[in-house]
Design a protein around this ligand. Structure first.
Ligand code: UGA
Length: 404
């Protein structure tokens, strides 16, 4: 089949690679001319394990363009454009515009919305161009994107007469849920908001553990997670949730609900607590790092491990808050992020550890625990609980008893 992908961000590029891997002829469209030029010369704009390899392997079946003309003759056109937040509300105009452009070039291609959109968006586009739209929300995680796309927990497809389209995902052998556009759109928001709620919940339990001698949130996570009804996933205490999805999607769901007269108070407090998470941690760090001129090393700058994405990164928020508190000598190391405006980055991890007084683990790269597990002559602060307190002496670990 000929398939086109409109918008080559994380979701777009990963969908493109997987569709090509399945043997389809795929064309990737983006209005960013530089991105297209880069992709044509093999430059992948994001760090995602396995993606470059998959794109390279299937390059015979992949082409790129910055003009909508390229989608002509596609059986399916996936819309993967961004849905930014404007005044706390999600702005879907890129999705609607892309749908109209696709329709102008080829009124036969089946339009599939993959971008995260509020319920009613597919219907709105459908009414504007007078044809059915397929909703196919994406559930991939950055850093795990190919595995999540090839073997998702489930596939959700919304719309009328979408059975033929759904076959495209049969190779995953995952359950495929066929439903209305609105249900498909809401499943995505409800899922992300629920996972975010789990994270704020366990972070609050971590705060509680810090008040109880001998309590440890890692044990609580395991004890809770072994209950199948609760599950281990997304129950790890840390710096709070960041990235381009959870912070944005939780807010979009709350404002969308408020417009309909419904208050999602649970999601609201999930957001509120997440916004307080770094200030809460910094208040504790102030009691440990008493000298403002101490040399502090931050390990990890992205919003989580296995990615170079720094959008809504809690690690960057931590650095900014520490600086506001007057700490003057902060530097950072990250395995894949090489440049961030205003941040002093060091490329040699060993000498950075050697030369720092305080080392703060801010993301979960396995490299950090490997390097630090036997370091016992530095002050170590573990905000992701990647180190075992029995092996490494911690000055502070999230969810470990902390004597004020
Ligand atoms: C998230 C969802 O997990 C995907 O299913 C969804 O497709 C995607 O958003 C999206 O809407 O496009 P992503 O933002 O890539 O994926 O990253 P996650 O792995 O979900 O992590 C989000 C944040 O939560 C990170 O800051 C992470 O460190 C934090 N987190 C995650 C925790 O603090 N504890 C956990 O137990 C899990």
């Amino acid at each position: 089949m000929k398939i086109s992908i409109v918008g080559l961000g994380y979701v777009g590029l990963v969908t493109l690679a997987v569709m090509a891997e399945l043997g389809h002829d795929v064309v990737g469209l983006d209005i960013d001319k530089n991105k297209i030029l880069g992709l044509k010369s093999g430059k992948i704009p994001i760090y995602e394990p396995g993606l470059s390899k998959m794109l390279e392997k299937n390059k015979e079946r992949i082409s790129y363009s910055d003009s909508y003309e390229c989608i002509k003759g596609s059986k399916y056109s996936f819309i993967c454009v961004p849905t930014p937040t404007v005044n706390e509300r999600i702005d879907v105009h890129f999705v609607i515009d892309a749908g109209k452009e696709i329709n102008n070039v080829d009124s036969k291609t089946n339009i599939v919305i993959k971008s995260t959109v509020i319920p009613g968006t597919a219907r709105k586009l459908s009414e504007e161009i007078d044809r059915g739209i397929i909703s196919n929300p994406e559930f991939l995680r950055e850093g795990n994107a190919l595995k999540d796309t090839m073997a998702p927990d489930r596939v959700v497809v919304g719309g009328n007469k979408v059975e033929e389209f759904a076959k495209i995902w049969e190779f995953t052998k995952s359950p495929i849920l066929i439903t209305s556009n609105e249900n498909a759109e809401l499943i995505k928001y409800a899922s992300n908001s629920f996972l975010a709620t789990k994270i704020s919940f366990i972070n609050q339990i971590a705060d509680l553990c810090e008040k109880i001698p001998n309590a440890d949130v890692k044990v609580i996570e395991r004890g809770m997670g072994l209950d199948k009804r609760i599950g281990m996933e997304f129950l790890k205490a840390g710096t709070g949730f960041g990235g381009s999805c959870f912070p944005k999607d939780t807010k979009a769901l709350v404002s969308f609900s408020e417009d309909l007269g419904i208050s999602l108070s649970i999601v609201k407090s999930t957001i509120d607590y997440n916004e307080k998470r770094i200030p809460i941690i910094v208040n504790k760090l102030k009691k440990i790092i008493t000298q403002k001129n101490s040399k502090i090393l931050i390990l990890g700058l992205s919003f989580k491990d296995n990615t170079d994405d720094i959008r809504e990164s809690k690690s960057l928020e931590l650095i900014r808050n520490l600086e506001l508190e007057g700490y003057r000598d902060i530097w950072a190391y990250d395995p894949v992020v090489t440049k961030v405006e205003g941040i002093r980055l060091i490329s040699d991890l060993d000498s950075a550890i050697e030369d720092s007084e305080y080392i703060i683990v801010a993301t979960e790269w396995p490299l950090f625990s490997e390097k630090l597990q036997f370091v016992n002559d530095r002050h170590i602060i573990d905000l992701r609980r990647v180190l075992e307190p029995v092996k490494t002496k911690l000055d502070y670990g999230v969810g470990l008893y902390f004597k004020d």
